[in-house]
Design a protein around this ligand. Structure first.
Ligand code: NAD
Ligand code: ZN
Length: 355
């Protein structure tokens, strides 16, 4: 079993990565008075039911939410808290988040506010959650006005990653996770990027030793960034590479057309082109990144995606300063630079990439 340690003083915890970890999970957890396993319908059917059967404890309860981003709201938090109270969960109970990023964000937020905060562990089952959302302690839900508006920084007690769960993940969600995987190579580790390039087929074919290595390196990078800057005052911003265009694309299409990862993949494509246009990276490196994005198999056309409406959405990005749009662009291999552009400058640049 791979084990990584996140050193955050009293909030330190470990990330465990292995195949078939789910079967051993009950024995690996610190004891709690009782547990609420929060999951969604799909994941409950695939993994939750057997986890509870294995556990053989009348102190473990499942709370099953409908799947998808729609469930990530304050009404759900209220319902979950009410159910937890009815089930008799106390301050000495724990929450186990079993599912993708949506479940992780909702369950983590519930843990941070239920009786002013109880322990929780993350058991991510999508690639995106395994390499990104389960690590770092950001939790939260959406409001009608915007995504992740209400939330907290609340670290889990442990992250348990079972690579075997990716076998049932639809290809579309595997590619979404790959977006964040490629991002780590771009922002932090050129050697890892070349490794990804040589192993992309193995990843798409779910070769277990490669998956394990990829997830380990991504968690390691995220951990290093989070330990250096837990609350996103500086370095943690680099994790937003590809996300300025990506978030705008999600918003412009009402969060219906693209998954988060797909939008980030498109965002990284456009932002890599921007970096080359601004002279931050050379043409060879630019081509290398674009080719790797292409290898994931996601198809899109910037012509139909870019437009002034997209730039309008970028104007609302949380990272912006002084009415200028903040982009985290690749600068040389394995590095990034924050570039602030006015609306006109951003649009002037982006329209060059349209046919
Ligand atoms: N907290 C953070 O730091 C952070 C970082 C990145 C993204 N996020 C959030 O994560 C969310 C996206 O997460 P996601 O991409 O994991 O989506 P998701 O949680 O909606 O999961 C995608 C779909 O896959 C299904 N699924 C999950 N595991 C499965 C498995 N093993 N086999 C088959 N189906 C499975 C789910 O039921 C769901 O329908 C967004 O809400 C985003 O804001 C949070
Ligand atoms: Zn992301």
């Amino acid at each position: 079993m791979e084990t990584l340690h996140i050193e955050l003083d009293k909030r330190s915890y470990a990330i465990y990565i292995d195949r078939n970890l789910l079967a051993r999970l009950p024995g690996l957890l610190d004891p709690a008075e009782s547990w609420a396993v929060i999951t969604d319908e799909e994941v409950y059917g695939l993994y939750g039911k057997s986890l509870l059967e294995n556990w053989r404890s009348d102190k473990v309860h499942a709370i099953v939410l409908p799947g998808g981003e729609e469930a990530k709201n304050l009404q759900t938090v209220g319902k979950v808290a009410g159910q937890m109270l009815d089930l008799g969960l106390t301050r000495r109970s724990g929450i186990l988040a079993l599912g993708g990023g949506v479940i992780g964000d909702v369950a983590g937020f519930c843990a941070s506010v239920y009786m002013r905060g109880i322990r929780y562990v993350q058991v991510p089952t999508t690639l995106l959650a395994q390499v990104d959302s389960s690590v770092g302690g950001k939790t939260g839900v959406n409001l009608a006005q915007g995504k992740n508006i209400v939330g907290s920084f609340y670290q889990p007690q442990g992250v348990f990653i079972d690579t075997q769960t990716l076998r049932t993940l639809p290809r579309r969600h595997l590619i979404s996770g790959l977006a964040e995987v490629i991002k780590y190579g771009v922002i932090y580790d050129y050697e890892f990027l070349t490794y990804l390039d040589s192993r992309l087929t193995d990843i798409l074919n779910l070769k277990d030793d490669v998956l394990k290595e990829v997830i380990r390196r991504c968690c390691e990078i995220k951990a290093e960034v989070v330990v250096a800057d837990e609350k996103e005052q500086g370095l943690r911003k680099i994790l937003n590479c590809g996300h300025t265009v990506g978030h705008a694309l999600e918003a412009a299409t009402d969060y219906r057309e693209y998954t988060h990862g797909e939008a980030v993949l498109v965002g990284m494509y456009a932002e890599t082109l921007m970096a080359e246009e601004l002279g931050l990276i050379d043409q060879r490196y630019c081509t290398e990144i674009l080719a790797l994005i292409g290898k994931t198999g996601m198809e899109f056309s910037l012509d139909s995606i870019l437009g002034e409406k997209l730039v309008d959405h970028m104007m609302k990005d949380k990272k912006n300063r002084d009415s200028r749009i903040s982009f985290i662009l690749p600068r040389g291999r394995g590095e990034t630079a924050e570039v602030l552009l006015t609306r006109q400058e951003a649009w002037g640049l982006l329209r060059k990439f349209m046919g």
